[in-house]
Design a protein around this ligand. Structure first.
Ligand code: PGA
Length: 249
């Protein structure tokens, strides 16, 4: 059985002060019996705040990106060791906004993924097609290539999580239908099976991301190959994030 994972990707939202206010409200909502794993990926400047609040709760901490080098002259970058030392267990790699705006390529995804695995950080590798690619019926080919290139030369993917996030559904209010999402998620599981065998393919968690909301989460999460979600906008409010967590159970 795969434990559902509901991850909040805050993107470039919330100051440390705002994070503190969110966390004060959010921990009050938790009952401690939630069956899903709960993950918050705030901006780097708020990692320590979420870390302070997560003790004695089921909340886990993740970052939104990482650099593949250990340390050195890489202005503006953050290393795996820095994240681990800040309390992170997870890291998002290859988010479409990184790919679109900050030159993330399958090659840099591959380097980051290798380093995260070496350091025992759990990677959440994001894949997904653009609207043009979907309209041209290339979505499967695009996602397959992202996985093959991103996972190149990696023999042990450990507890890696994959997030299928169609770019046309991110922050647009337009979510994939449960059927569209399921089709892609089971396709991704097939690719993992081809690369790593059936046992790994059955263990690995594949999240859906793109305009998840309390209103659509339950139907999407009810699909057999969807093991939770990567939630952007709706993770910024304690109540809506909590409703999505409950929808995954
Ligand atoms: P969204 O973002 O829920 O705001 O569409 C999802 C994501 O980018 O991870």
């Amino acid at each position: 059985m795969r434990t559902p994972l509901v991850a909040g990707n805050w993107k470039m939202n919330k100051t440390s002060t705002e994070t503190k206010i969110f966390m004060e409200q959010f921990v009050k909502l938790l009952k401690g019996q939630e069956k899903s794993e709960i993950l918050i990926c705030p901006p780097y400047t708020s990692l320590y705040i979420v870390n302070d609040f997560k003790h004695n709760t089921k909340i886990k901490l993740g970052a939104q990106d990482v650099h593949w080098e250990e340390e050195g002259a890489f202005t503006g970058k953050i290393s795996c060791n820095m994240l681990i030392d800040s309390g992170c267990e997870y890291v998002i790699i290859g988010h479409s906004e990184q790919r679109t705006y900050f030159n993330e390529t399958d090659e840099t995804v591959n380097k980051k993924l290798k380093k995260a695995l070496e350091k025992n950080l759990i990677p959440i590798v994001c894949v997904g097609e653009t609207l043009e690619q979907r309209d041209a019926n290339q979505h499967k080919e695009v996602v397959k290539n992202q996985i093959i290139q991103g996972f190149k030369d990696i023999t042990d993917i450990k507890s890696t999580v994959i997030a299928y996030e169609p770019v046309w559904a991110i922050g647009t209010g337009r979510n994939a239908t449960p059927e569209q999402a399921q089709e892609m998620q089971s396709f991704i599981r097939e690719i993992i099976q081809q690369l790593y065998g059936k046992e790994i393919a059955e263990q690995i968690r594949i999240l859906y991301g793109g305009s998840l909301k309390p209103e659509n989460a339950k139907e999407i999460f009810s699909q057999p190959d969807i093991d939770g979600g990567l939630v952007g906008g709706a993770s910024l409010k304690p109540e809506s994030f909590y409703q999505i967590i409950l929808a995954a159970e």
